[in-house]
Design a protein around this ligand. Structure first.
Ligand SMILES: Nc1nc2c(c(=O)[nH]1)N[C@H]1C(S)=C(S)[C@@H](COP(=O)(O)O)O[C@H]1N2
Ligand SMILES: [Mo]
Length: 330
């Protein structure tokens, strides 16, 4: 290379360096891009925060999916959830925290869950005990299976402790302080027996890519006002106990064709019966957990059977406690 070319290349390199330096921003503090999310306090005041500008902690964590698949554990790093909440006045036991993701996925964490009191599992996915973890909003991880692009709720401690996948909310967009929510469980019994809890129910209702989308039903209340119910189709819960568990939430079509009865049982014992035909893939019969975007009140909740395809008003069971399959063919 002759002298003229050398100078030309030197100049190019210099310009290149200047461009890189310019695009990295001038504050010199954090090398990373800002990661902005919205924070909403209990009075509804909203502000934007750059997560990359906050103090971060690092720990090990991983999760167990509802299918049983274990992801991680690996190292994850990010600011503590409680530190972020402190920016809007902190939380007490009267509060819960609703996390909304960019894809519309929602998960409400109780005060205890924000403090790390979630179910834990060993690396084989077997349950351990509740508690002992720390909730963070992870910005990076040694494994892109855990944190890829956007900020993700993570529960950390060490390599040995995993938590439920539905709490690992990806692409966090909004963190909002809402009134405390009560934990609840429905009993599901049929060919199999299981339970479903509040957070699992919420994750099924709001999981965007699923084959079992949440259902919305707009109707008119007695006083003429408009109400919107939101929840999970009854057939999706039936699919958890109808003996087709080779795949998660796979509905046993063959069994439904043979015919059985679905009982929806309230806390006080009030029971309605639907035929499997009235339930199979019928999205218009669903268990609502939200009314006008808020949890149902004590008289109706935790869930109420609603929807445009319900045979009658009498079928709208409030305070549902149990779903039971009976008259199951041999
Ligand atoms: N934004 C968003 N986060 C989400 C979900 C989702 O649908 N959207 N699904 C949750 C559930 S139920 C599980 S098991 C895990 C799955 O994580 P993966 O998609 O990284 O395997 O993410 C959780 N976080
Ligand atoms: Mo999940």
């Amino acid at each position: 290379m002759d002298r003229k070319h050398k100078i030309f290349f030197l100049a190019l390199t210099l310009i290149g360096c200047l461009l890189v330096a310019a695009s990295c921003g001038g504050n010199g503090e954090s090398a990373g891009e800002p990661v902005e999310i919205e924070l909403v306090d209990r009075d509804g005041n909203s502000q934007t925060v750059d997560l990359a500008s906050l103090d971060a902690v690092t720990g090990e964590g991983g999760f167990v999916k509802s299918t049983g698949t274990v992801v991680g554990p690996a190292e994850v790093t990010g600011p503590k959830l409680l530190d972020i909440l402190d920016l809007i006045g902190g939380i007490t036991a009267e509060d819960a925290v609703k996390i909304t993701a960019a894809d519309g996925y929602e998960m409400t964490l109780t005060y205890d869950q924000c403090n790390g009191d979630v179910m834990t599992y060993n690396p084989d996915g077997e349950p351990l005990q509740v508690g002992g973890l720390e909730a963070i909003v992870a910005l990076k991880s040694s494994s892109e299976e855990l944190v890829d692009k956007g900020p993700r709720i993570a529960f950390i401690k060490d390599k040995e402790t995993l938590s439920d996948g539905h709490f690992w909310i990806k692409d966090v967009a909004v963190i909002k302080v809402v009134p405390a929510v009560a934990e609840w469980e429905l009993i599901l019994s049929g060919i199999e027996e299981t339970t479903i809890d509040r957070s699992t129910f919420e994750s099924i209702a709001t999981c965007g890519r699923s084959t079992h989308p949440g259902q919305e039903y707009v109707t008119t209340a007695k006083d003429g006002s408009e109400v919107t119910y939101f929840g999970v189709p009854l057939w999706v819960l039936v699919s958890m106990i109808d003996g087709a568990d080779d795949e998660h939430y796979r509905f046993n079509r063959e069994l439904a064709q043979k015919g059985y009865t679905v009982q929806v049982i309230a806390a006080d014992g009030y029971t309605v019966e639907l035929s499997s035909e009235e339930v199979a893939y019928v999205d218009g019969v669903f268990l609502a957990y939200l009314k006008n975007d808020e949890p149902l009140d004590e008289n109706s909740g935790p869930v109420q059977l609603v929807g445009p395809a319900l045979p009658s008003k009498q079928h709208s069971v409030k305070q549902v406690a149990e779903i039971r399959l009976v008259n199951i063919p041999e």
